[in-house]
Design a protein around this ligand. Structure first.
Ligand code: TYD
Ligand code: MG
Length: 453
């Protein structure tokens, strides 16, 4: 067998190299390499034996067994419940509510299943206090406050719970991995050991992972490759709303989101995020427009805001929160070239309300309308929303699933909806109560809002 070679590992991203480097070529961090000795040497060439292979048509397809968490929104993001035997990673900033969410679902999971909650961060007293606050008192929920991975693994094998929560993976230490808790090697080896236990015994394991300053899952991307699903818990500490996002999911769609609100008795799911995102919308204020984007399988309405002010700088400021900065510059350029609105000497700020990130091209048109509304200081008519991608020629391009979006707008009481003309083919407008207006280019769209204001 080949002798295991020492390798240097980047503590930020897990990049491996055979010689020490000052700067990581993968993530760019400085002085992050440390020497590690691999635990097991990889098998040499030709040491394996051929295994029997089976034709795909001969494999019996079995439906995954799923456990329901008691939070239907979470189940939806999971792809229809927590899959038996899966390894799931839940990432998020400290204090965002990961432990709260997991302890809460332990209550309903514990109604029919044996659940083990392993905490390396809190003592059992602290956990009990939190559980009391969340009204978690399931008979089948067991707690282990321990950071020693060997003990945890032995306990899982002995107790055979159906679901295990590891809070958090960074606090676990495997003695054979030989470095400090939270290091890349530790995190990787601990996750590897848990993966083996999960698959061997068909146990669902949920790992909690902290996020680094840069927003990566600490300890780090290697974990994302190992687990079956990665969920990101986001939100601002000073706001009570939290978004749960699927980043990777072997058992369901990604881009699904669920919205929760942190209350004094834990997290409450928000079944109607559109209404929540629009609840504080100011009336009759310029620079505000409503957008309808698809987040996974469902359309969500949100408010975008633009503020245009005279610039005090030689080169005007541009700032975008929740929207791509370069895309905003592109829209400003299109507005200048194709519609004649110039933003030179003006600072432009774009903000998407509620911490939502708009990655979908369908949000181009509402952002452009908000920018012009901000520039002219004329509010966009109340009850109106816009959907559409903008091309460099100023044309409005079609978007997918227009009917679902119009229905969501209708449901929330909007009266007029600007959509790409090309999306209207095959759509029976008579079936909608809302007035649907097709527009071909940005000039037509701007005229259409001016007609009505
Ligand atoms: P926590 O779940 O400990 O965060 P994480 O595990 O992601 O680090 O969440 C802690 C925060 O949530 C803390 O600031 C207090 C707040 N909180 C509530 O507002 N209501 C509650 O019922 C609970 C349990 C926590
Ligand atoms: Mg916690």
């Amino acid at each position: 067998m080949a002798k295991a070679k020492d390798v240097y590992l980047c503590s930020e991203c897990g990049y491996e190299t055979v010689k020490w480097l000052g700067k990581c070529p993968s993530c760019g961090s400085w002085n992050s390499f440390s020497l590690v000795t691999p635990i097991a040497s990889p098998a040499g060439r030709g040491s394996g034996r051929a295994a029997p292979v089976s034709p795909i048509s001969g494999i019996a397809a079995e439906e995954d067994i799923r456990y329901y968490t008691g939070l239907s929104e979470l189940d939806r993001v999971l792809g229809g419940g927590l899959v038996k035997g899966s390894l799931v990673l839940l990432g998020g900033d400290p204090g965002i509510g990961k432990s709260t969410l997991l302890l809460q679902i332990c209550q309903s999971l514990g109604e029919s299943l044996k659940v083990l909650y392993v905490s390396g961060e809190e003592s059992s007293k602290q956990l009990k206090l939190r559980a009391e606050r969340l009204e978690v008192d399931s008979e089948r929920l067991f707690v282990l406050c321990c950071g020693d991975m060997d003990t945890v693994l032995a306990t899982i094998r002995a107790e055979r719970p159906a679901v295990v929560v590891i809070d958090s993976i960074q606090t676990m230490v495997l003695s054979s991995a030989g470095s400090s808790a939270g290091s890349v090697t530790q995190v990787r080896e601990c996750a590897n050991a848990l993966l083996a236990v999960a698959k061997e015994n068909d146990i669902s394991i949920i790992l909690v992972g902290h996020v680094t300053k840069e927003g990566n899952l600490a300890g780090p991307r290697i974990l994302e490759h190992m687990v079956d699903a990665v969920f990101q818990f986001e939100g601002e500490q000073h706001h009570s709303y939290r978004l749960l996002r699927a980043v990777k999911n072997r058992y369901g769609a990604t881009n699904e989101i669920a919205v929760f609100e942190m209350q004094d008795k834990g997290l409450k799911q928000v079944a109607n995020p559109s209404a929540m995102l629009l609840s504080e919308r100011p009336e009759g204020v310029s620079g505000s427009c409503v957008v309808c984007v698809l987040e996974g399988s469902r359309p969500i309405l949100a408010e975008v805001q633009a503020l245009i002010t005279r610039s005090g700088f030689a080169s005007p400021r541009r700032m975008a929160t929740g929207f791509d900065y370069n895309r905003m510059s592109l829209l400003l350029a299109v507005l200048e070239k194709r519609a004649g609105y110039t933003f030179a000497n003006l600072d432009a700020y774009v903000n998407v309300v509620g911490g939502l990130r708009l990655d979908e091209p369908a949000s181009d048109l509402p952002i452009a309308l908000a920018l012009v509304s901000g520039l002219r200081d004329k509010p966009i008519p109340a009850g109106m929303l816009a959907i559409g991608e903008i091309g460099l020629g100023g044309e409005i391009r079609s978007v997918i699933r227009i009917e679902d979006r119009i229905r969501e707008a209708e449901r929330l009481g909007f009266t007029r909806c600007l959509v790409p003309q090309s999306s209207l083919t095959g759509l029976e407008l008579k079936r909608f109560k809302i007035k649907v207006v097709g527009v071909r280019d940005i000039v037509e769209a701007l005229r259409s809002i001016a007609d009505n204001s």
